[in-house]
Each structure stands twice: as structure tokens, then as C-alpha cells.
Ligand binder design. Structure first.
Ligand code: IYR
Length: 228
């Protein structure tokens, strides 16, 4: 390896025997396969420490040059949640009444979504994820790399942590999202990326009866042709 100024330390990850790796991989898949996007939340509160743990898990995601180009804003203030709902619904009304194509509306029909976004006030916490297009260090611009990939990975980690904790979430993408930068008073280098309400599911929460693709639809093997 190239000599650098970076200090290297021994990798401390656990090493399992292969049977255990097989079991753990199967069990994790089965657990994650139970995750569902939920749009009907309970108002039931829970400690903010839980949210902090979830976000710190998200922040363990890999990122371009380890810049961690994200900021997670957590909104629990009802007045601010109301403002966010009003602004999101204003945009979504336009989306559902002309900005989205017929094809798009048809694709969404099975999910029963419309411009009403009550979950933005009902869920106890809204996590608004911002990507940092660049960083500002003492008012100087410094570069970030693979920002979309990095923040997407962090959001994936976040969703799996939420599911693992026993809570539910919705990946909401009001469009355009710039109202969030204004309402949350975020600096110029931060752009809203996803809005993720988090909470307990409502008592009678329904989800669409979706099927996930089979392995042969999402996975192609390229193996040695040699007989083993
Ligand atoms: N942002 C809109 C529309 C929407 C778009 C897609 I693609 C979805 O998978 C779900 C919704 C809304 O939140 O209603």
C-alpha cells in the first residue's frame, strides 16, 4: 500500500465461521424483507435518544473521501411540522394537478397517494436529510465527492436502523424541496435530499400488497466456466 500520512489501525471487525455467516446473511435478509414503507403513523412519542442512535448509525455509512457530506435535521416542534406540511402539500398539489405525467400518475395509483400529507404532522419526528454539495470551512469552500451516492447510502443505513429498532418510516420526496432549506434555515451549501417521517405505525396501518422481485430478476452470476 502507498505510504500516506493517514494513521492506520488494526481492523477490529468480528470474524465468524462460514456457517454462521450463512445463517446471519439469511436471517438479516428475512428481517429486512419485513420492512415496509408505512404512510400511517401513530402520534405516540418516544425518546429522542432513539433518533440520535438511528442517525449516528446512518452516519457510519461510507462516503467519498470520508467527507460525510450530510446533515440530519430532526423536527418535532408541532408548529414547524405544520409549516412543513403546508409547504409540502402546496408543491404536491401542483404535482398531482399537472406537473406529473399521466404515466407517472398511473404508476402511483396502486399506492393510493395524493397531495394530502397528514403524516408530516402526525409522525413524532421528521428527519430532513440534507446533502452537502460542498463544505464551508471558515467560509472557504472545500470539495465533497460522490455526494448523491454517499447520502443515498447513509439514508439506506438509516432506513435499516429504523426497521431494526422496531419503528417505521416513509421516504418522502416533496418536489421541489427547496422550501425545506428555507424553513430549517440551512446554509447555501446544503440541499434537501429526503424527508423521512419516523414513528410507530398507526394501530390499523395498511400497506399495499407488493411483491418483491425474485433473485433471477435482480441478480446475474458471472462464474468460472471450469468444472469444479
Ligand atoms: N412525491 C409525491 C409523488 C410520489 C412519487 C413517487 I416515484 C412515489 O413512489 C410516491 C409518491 C408524493 O409524495 O406523493
Amino acid at each position: 500500500m502507498e505510504k500516506t500520512n493517514q494513521k492506520f489501525i488494526p481492523y477490529k471487525g468480528v470474524r465468524y465461521p462460514k456457517e454462521e455467516i450463512l445463517n446471519r446473511s439469511r436471517e438479516y435478509y428475512q428481517e429486512m424483507d419485513k420492512r415496509r414503507t408505512v404512510r400511517e403513523f401513530s402520534e405516540k412519542p418516544f425518546p429522542k435518544e432513539i433518533i440520535e442512535n438511528l442517525i449516528m448509525t446512518a452516519s457510519t455509512a461510507p462516503s467519498g473521501a470520508h467527507k460525510q457530506p450530510w446533515m440530519f435535521c430532526v423536527v418535532s416542534d408541532p408548529a414547524l411540522k405544520q409549516k412543513i406540511r403546508e409547504a409540502a402539500e402546496k408543491e404536491e398539489y401542483e404535482n398531482y394537478h399537472g406537473r406529473m405525467s399521466e404515466e407517472w400518475l398511473e404508476d402511483l395509483a396502486p399506492f393510493g397517494t395524493d397531495w394530502h400529507k397528514p403524516f408530516l404532522e402526525i409522525a413524532p419526528y421528521l428527519i430532513v436529510v440534507f446533502k452537502k454539495a460542498y463544505d464551508l470551512v471558515d467560509d472557504k469552500k472545500t470539495k465533497n465527492y460522490y455526494v448523491n451516492e454517499s447520502v443515498g447510502l447513509a439514508c439506506g443505513f438509516l432506513l435499516s436502523a429504523i426497521h431494526n429498532a422496531g419503528l417505521v418510516a416513509l421516504t418522502h420526496t416533496p418536489s421541489p424541496m427547496n422550501f425545506l432549506q428555507n424553513l430549517l434555515d440551512r446554509p447555501e451549501n446544503e440541499r434537501a435530499y429526503l424527508l423521512i417521517p419516523v414513528g410507530y405505525p398507526a394501530k390499523e396501518a395498511d400497506v399495499p400488497d407488493l411483491k418483491r422481485k425474485e433473485a433471477d430478476e435482480v441478480l446475474i452470476w458471472y462464474e468460472s466456466k471450469e468444472k469444479s
